[in-house]
Ligand binder design. Structure first.
Ligand code: BJW
Length: 231
């Protein structure tokens, strides 16, 4: 059976009420990327960064997965082959929508990371600057988020999945951030059929063979129905 690798970005969670990054009224219009999404910003003003992620973690309890998250979970449950969701999102809406195989390449809001020993643990709803690591006791807790200039998680495993993909779909991502924006090229090298789901062409849109334009809740649900009907 065909192996399906799916890359998701902020656009899949937009209809659940979570802001994207690069929309006119998105997160980067309200906060400077350099201040809240770089290790240098965290070193300069850890309080600002911890509060930024505390607010976004709190927001998770107010939002629900939408039809696109649920459609991907249905695909995984009903497709006879392998389905892997690689998400750039730090929310937990794929898991709450029912997906089992989810790889969070940019980290997770619900996780904390020790800047000293790399131990990861379940973050409290409200993190505090200088909290002690439960493993090594260093006062070095930080949000478990991959900031610019840091290595995304599980790169070897992600590239291994891409190299075996028969279908590669990117959903709701602007194609501005690497290495994720390079996954379509990698999947094409592996011979995968490539599709993009977005409201508009992404920055790497010309590399996809097929485009489905519109709200992910509609286009992804229809695609999953199609795939499962084809068998
Ligand atoms: C809908 C929709 C609906 C809306 N339905 N669609 C020069 C060249 C190349 C690379 C670099 C370079 N200079 C520096 C770099 C590297 C850098 C990078 O890419 N910079 C670029 C800005 C150029 N990357 C890194 O530093 C990464 N690490 C790295 O490269 O390590 C070295 C390495 C080398 C080689 C191999 C492996 C590793 C780390 C990147 C970390 C990104 N972190 C962030 C923030 C942290 C998370 C957080 O705070 O939440 O992650 S940035 C932010 O962007 C966030 C997102 O995950 C990421 C991607 O954004 P996304 O998801 O695409 O959102 P948007 O808002 O951009 O787009 C939403 C899309 O949805 C839009 O297209 C809408 O149209 C669409 N949409 N509603 C369908 N209903």
């Amino acid at each position: 059976m065909r192996k399906i690798v799916i890359l998701t970005g902020a656009g899949i969670s937009a209809e659940s009420g979570i802001e994207t990054f690069r929309a006119e009224d998105g997160l980067w219009a309200q906060h400077r990327v350099e201040d809240v999404a770089t290790p240098e910003g965290f070193a300069r003003d850890p309080e600002l960064v911890v509060n930024f992620y505390n607010a976004r973690r709190a927001q998770l309890s107010e939002v629900e997965p939408n039809a696109a998250h649920r459609a991907l979970a249905r695909l995984e449950a009903e497709h006879g082959g392998d389905v892997v969701v690689i998400t750039q999102n730090v929310d937990d809406l794929h898991e709450r929508g029912g997906s089992q195989t989810v790889m969070h390449m940019h980290g997770e809001l619900k996780s904390a990371l020790c800047a000293s020993c790399d131990h990861r643990w379940a973050a409290p709803l409200k993190m505090h600057v200088g909290e002690a690591c439960p493993s090594c006791a260093a006062p070095a807790a930080r949000p478990d988020i991959v900031w610019f200039g840091e290595m995304p998680y599980d790169m070897d495993a992600l590239f291994a999945h891409l190299s075996q993909a028969d279908i590669f779909a990117a959903i709701g991502t602007s194609g501005n951030v690497y290495p994720a924006a390079g996954f379509v090229a990698e999947a094409r090298r592996a011979g995968a059929h490539t599709l993009e789901f977005n409201l508009e062409r992404s920055a790497v849109g010309n590399q996809f063979e097929e485009h489905r334009t519109g709200l992910a809740s509609k286009t992804v649900t229809a695609w999953v129905e199609e795939l499962l009907t084809q068998g």
